[in-house]
Design a protein around this ligand. Structure first.
Ligand SMILES: *[C@@H]1O[C@H](CO)[C@@H](O)[C@H](O)[C@H]1NC(C)=O
Length: 120
């Protein structure tokens, strides 16, 4: 009986530990996406819900609302850095897209503190 309880506790702990976003797309070359006009346009139109999505852009799009709600607690350090870099790039080089992103994902500005740190 003790063993069964231990097993249950262990598997719950494991589940919690694994409550992270997939690292499947961590290897996508972010610089290439950001600096290639066509790739960038595809990415942003997917995330803004205006166009077709590649697999990695789709994952990002589906993850954004959850990441905002959970304060990016399921993000790895690598992913936080990547998101920060991406946001910074969009904010500085495509400020109109940045406004559209905020309008879509944070219309009331309730998550400002969360991405302020990432962009800083
Ligand atoms: C803006 O774009 C230029 C040229 O692609 C790039 O070198 C620069 O790093 C970008 N800015 C940010 C904040 O990423």
């Amino acid at each position: 009986m003790k063993f069964v309880i231990l097993l249950v506790v262990a598997s719950i702990a494991m589940c919690l530990g694994e409550d992270k976003y997939s690292d499947e797309y961590d290897s996508v070359d972010l610089d290439e996406v950001l600096n290639n006009k066509r790739l960038y346009a595809n990415y942003i139109s997917c995330i803004l819900g205006k166009g077709k999505c590649s697999a990695d852009a789709k994952y990002l799009k589906e993850t954004i609302p959850d990441a905002l709600q959970t304060g990016c607690t399921k993000c790895s350090e690598v992913q936080k850095k990547r998101v920060g870099k991406m946001l910074k790039f969009v904010k500085e080089n495509h400020s109109d897209d940045y406004s559209s992103l905020l309008e879509k994902y944070d219309p009331e500005g309730q998550y400002k503190d969360l991405y302020k740190d990432l962009v800083a």
